[in-house]
Each structure stands twice: as C-alpha cells, then as structure tokens.
Design a protein around this ligand. Structure first.
Ligand SMILES: *[C@@H]1O[C@H](CO)[C@@H](O)[C@H](O)[C@H]1NC(C)=O
Ligand SMILES: *[C@@H]1O[C@H](CO)[C@@H](O)[C@H](O)[C@H]1NC(C)=O
Ligand SMILES: *[C@@H]1O[C@H](CO)[C@@H](O)[C@H](O)[C@H]1NC(C)=O
Ligand SMILES: *[C@@H]1O[C@H](CO)[C@@H](O)[C@H](O)[C@H]1NC(C)=O
Ligand SMILES: *[C@@H]1O[C@H](CO)[C@@H](O)[C@H](O)[C@H]1NC(C)=O
Length: 480
C-alpha cells in the first residue's frame, strides 16, 4: 500500500449516481489515413513528398526556420497545420493561398517578428502566441476571417486600437501572451477587445504582477489569468485590473493558474470576487508564501457556486491551522473542491452549511476530517474510495459516524463505494456491520488500475451526476 494510494482513499462528494456508462468508444475514422505526424524529429525543413491527400500535418517541435510555398501548396486538402515550437522568424501568409481548406494553423512558440498579410478565409483557429512580435500581430485581412473562433497573439506593447480590425468578429477565445510585455513608464494604457467569450492572459512567470492596462471586453463569459505573482504591496494592482475587466454582469467563470501569493492577498482577492457575478472560480497551482494570519472576511451573499483549488504548495511552516481551515469550511457556497493540497484537516462548519458537493481528492487528510460533524446534513451522497488498508484501520470511525447520525440507512442510494483493490468479504472485520451489509447489498465500482483510465472513471461519475440533474428537470417539465 503506497502513500499515494492512501491519499486518494478519502473522497467526499455529493452526487446522485443513477447509471454509469462504462467503457469508452474510440473510433478510428478513415480520416486517420490522412494524418501525418512528424513532430519531434529534429527537422530543419518541411519534408518533401508528403501524401498529397494529407489533411492534418503535425510538424511541431522541430527546428524549422523557413517555410516555402512549395512546402505545402500541393496539400490541397490540408485542414490542420501544426507548426508550434519551431524557429520561424517571419511568415508570409500568402504561402497558404492554395490551401483553401486550412482551418487550423498553430504557429505558437516560434520566434516570429514579422508577417506579410494575405486572407485565408477558411481559418477557424489561428495561434500566433508566444512569438517575438513587438505589437499585436493583426492584419486588416483578419477582419474578413468570418469563421475565426480562436485567436492567439503575443506582444510586448499594447495600443488601445490594435484590435480594431477584428472588432466586429465574434470570437470564442482570445489568448494573449504578455510574457514579454513592457509596461509604459507613465499612466494606465488601455486596450479594447470588443467581442470574445473567453479571454486568457498569460503573464511573465517570474515577475510580480504589475499589469496596468485597462482592458475592456464586451460580454466576456470566461477569464483566465496564468502566472500571477502577488504580495501585500501589489495585491491592489490585480484587484484594480480585475475591477475594470469584469465590470459587466456576464463573467461567470474565472480561472487563475500558477499563482504565488501571500494569504492576506489571497483573502483580499476572494473578498473582492465574493459579491461579483462569478459562479465558477478555479485556482490551479497555488503557492502560499510569507505567513498565514487571521484575516477579516465577510461571507456576503455570493453568486459563486463552485470553488475549485487544485494543487497547493504551502511555503508557510508555522501558522494556525484553524485560520486556514475555517476560511474554507465556513464558505457559503454549494461546491468545494480542494485537491492535491497539503491540508491535513477540515473543520466542521459552525452553522448549518450550504455545501452539497465536497471533493477532497488527493489530500493528506487524517481521519479527523469532519468527525462528529452534524452541520453537513445537506450532503446528499458520500463517495468512499476504499482500500483494504483503509477498511482495516479507519473504517471504524465511519461506522460510528453513520450510526450516530442515522445516515445512509439500508436501501438508500446515496453512499457510493469505490474499491481501490478487490476487498474479500473475509477481510472485513466482523464488527463492521454497516460495511458488510453495504458490500453485499450494493454494487460498487472498481478503481481502474491503469492511470490512463482514471480520467474516464471520474468523467463517467460526472456524466451520471449530470444525467440525474437532467432527469429532475425533465420530470419537473412533465409534471407542470
Ligand atoms: C473584407 O471585408 C470588407 C468589409 O468588411 C469587404 O469590403 C471586402 O470586400 C472583404 N474582402 C474580401 C477579400 O472578402
Ligand atoms: C477603462 O475603460 C473603460 C471603457 O473603455 C472606461 O469606461 C473606464 O473609465 C476606464 N477606466 C480607467 C481607469 O481608465
Ligand atoms: C463555466 O464553468 C462551468 C463549470 O466548469 C462550465 O460548465 C461552463 O460551461 C463554463 N462557462 C463558460 C462560459 O465557459
Ligand atoms: C506552479 O507555479 C509555480 C509559480 O507560482 C511554478 O514555478 C511551478 O512550476 C508551477 N508548477 C506546476 C506543476 O505547474
Ligand atoms: C474531484 O477532484 C479531482 C481533482 O480536481 C477531479 O479529478 C475529479 O474528477 C473530481 N471528482 C468529481 C466526482 O468531480
């Protein structure tokens, strides 16, 4: 039994499981004949004599520094061209003039500084991010890309009207790489991005957040910031930046990735976001630095439904655990995921909690999690990941807990057992009446041994969860 496995033993959730559709169908279409993968082959030139019917050409992660029209002009059916992670410095879009079906062009992670423009009307996905452009690489021809849905860009400086040529397009996703952005000496700059559903900004990984551009976007639904480094001094810079950007009522999803912050600043950011219209807040890879002290926080009315924090590194070694855990356990939201954290504990909420879904996968929680806690009665379903070891050493706490609170009585459908390894009946200590009964009565799920199937496993559980919600809605419809 490895530590690793033990860490996933305790998974709490509230999901109604109706059905599980197990097994995935992987379809190999005829299309795969026309897929040419020549990535990571140390190529310096695009290979000659590719199959003329090639539809998907992947020549990413090579050393290609020049593209010629003859390299691809004979690939008349080419739809997807992946050229990321090469050494291109300049690009003439007219080399694609014979590729009238080209929909997906990935030129990210090159050294592009210059482009010559030409309209490729079929483009849906154009990625020019992580290049060496000085100003945003926008051709007036981009304004005619009526099918464009994704646009990736990079720049070291921004001018308010840089994106004007594409202002009338309705993009679903703009990625703006600002890793090498140089702030102007004085004043706040501004940038107008007229329409996009999702905006993803990437900052420099090792610089303190100092971005002071007033970005305005119409009907932004989803915002992601990557590489955000905060301390108590620049915290306000982020809050000011966000308050300009998320002024409208449409922003429902906000994701932060690779964040380093003091606890004080983190709490301030949460406090700023709490009354906003945001419903889903995700933080991936959070590092907490300096100190963790008690901060004032008002759990005001919030639109927030789900907070998900995945992968936490705590660089503070001495602090009050109560401060840390109370902050989360008192949240007035429905769904909380804290996964892959060094947290060892979770406190019982002081008043009746609004939590309906708790996912504490991959933590080092001890068995004191929510022990003797009756404030979580709204939890509708509990998922257990069982290992023989867990059964032997820790199940006893739950036997008592279930009995005490009269939870999960026989015939109820709301306790789900997931077996990490097969557990023979005779391994279950005889005093565990509840577990014995559960194991004989209900169907349980086996945790797939292959890591590659774990994603599918959770996806199936989620699918079942969504299906139940749909069913409820349909029943209501039928009744009214
Ligand atoms: C591009 O769009 C403009 C108007 O937005 C139009 O006048 C022009 O003809 C279009 N060009 C092409 C090549 O489609
Ligand atoms: C930011 O831009 C918006 C819209 O362009 C404007 O209303 C607002 O006053 C600007 N904020 C600042 C601080 O310049
Ligand atoms: C926001 O996130 C939720 C949950 O992850 C997702 O279902 C929804 O589609 C997202 N909405 C947008 C606008 O991206
Ligand atoms: C997490 O973010 C830090 C910066 O805050 C970065 O140095 C580190 O590489 C990231 N870790 C992962 C696994 O992405
Ligand atoms: C619980 O969280 C982990 C990590 O974020 C995720 O992989 C898993 O799918 C979640 N489980 C459910 C049932 O949503």
């Amino acid at each position: 039994m490895t530590k690793d496995k033990e860490s996933i033993i305790r998974s709490f959730c509230c999901v109604y499981i109706v059905t599980l559709i197990l097994g995935a169908m992987i379809q190999f279409s005829n299309e795969s004949e026309f897929v040419v993968d020549m990535s990571k082959m140390k190529l310096t030139l695009v290979p000659k004599d590719l199959p003329p019917k090639t539809k998907v050409l992947d020549i990413s992660q090579n050393y290609i520094s020049k593209l010629y029209i003859s390299d691809i002009s004979y690939l008349l059916g080419l739809k997807v061209l992946k050229l990321s992670h090469n050494r291109l410095q300049c690009l003439d879009f007219s080399i694609f003039k014979f590729n009238q079906d080209l929909e997906y062009l990935d030129l990210s992670h090159n050294q592009l500084q210059k482009m010559s423009c030409h309209l490729i009307a079929s483009l849906k996905h154009l990625d020019l991010s992580f290049n060496d452009f000085d100003v945003l690489p926008i051709c007036k021809e981009f304004g005619n890309l009526t099918q464009l849905s994704f646009l990736g860009l990079s720049a070291t400086k921004l001018r308010q009207l840089d994106l004007l040529p594409i202002a009338h397009l309705h993009l679903s996703h703009i990625l703006l790489d600002l890793e090498n952005y140089n702030a102007k000496e004085s004043g706040t700059e501004s940038l107008q991005i007229l329409n996009t559903e999702t905006l993803h900004l990437v900052f420099h990984p090792n610089q303190l957040f100092s971005f002071q551009v007033n970005i305005s976007v119409n009907s932004l639904g989803c915002l992601q910031l990557t590489n955000v480094k905060l301390n108590n001094d620049n915290c306000q810079v982020l809050i000011k930046f966000l308050s300009e950007l998320i002024r409208g009522p449409t922003l429902l999803n906000f994701t932060l990735k690779h964040v380093e912050t003091t606890w004080k600043c983190l709490v301030r950011v949460f406090q700023f976001l709490w009354p906003k219209p945001i419903e889903y807040l995700n933080i991936y890879n959070l590092t907490i630095i300096e100190s963790i002290d008690e901060e004032d926080f008002t759990y005001s009315k919030t639109a927030l439904k789900a907070l998900k924090i995945e992968h936490v590194i705590n660089r503070v070694f001495i602090y009050s655990q109560t401060v840390l855990y109370t902050f989360f356990s008192e949240m007035n939201i429905m769904m909380l995921t804290l996964s892959d954290t060094p947290f060892i504990h979770m406190l019982c909420p002081q008043t009746s909690s609004t939590f309906q879904f708790l996912n504490f996968t991959q933590n080092v929680f001890t068995d004191s999690v929510f022990q003797d806690c009756s404030k979580l009665v709204r939890l509708e379903t509990l998922i257990f990941v069982l290992s023989p070891n867990f059964v032997q050493s820790e199940w006893c706490h739950y036997e008592l807990y279930f009995a005490h609170h009269n939870l999960f009585h026989e015939g109820s459908n709301n306790l789900i057992l997931i077996l990490l390894e097969p557990i023979p009946q005779n391994c279950i200590p005889s005093k565990y009446h509840k577990l014995k009964a559960l194991m004989t009565q209900r169907t349980y799920l086996e945790w797939p041994k292959e890591k590659s199937k774990h994603g599918l496993f959770w996806a199936n559980i989620r699918a079942a969860f969504n299906m139940k919600l749909t069913l409820i809605a349909e029943n209501n419809d039928a009744e009214t």
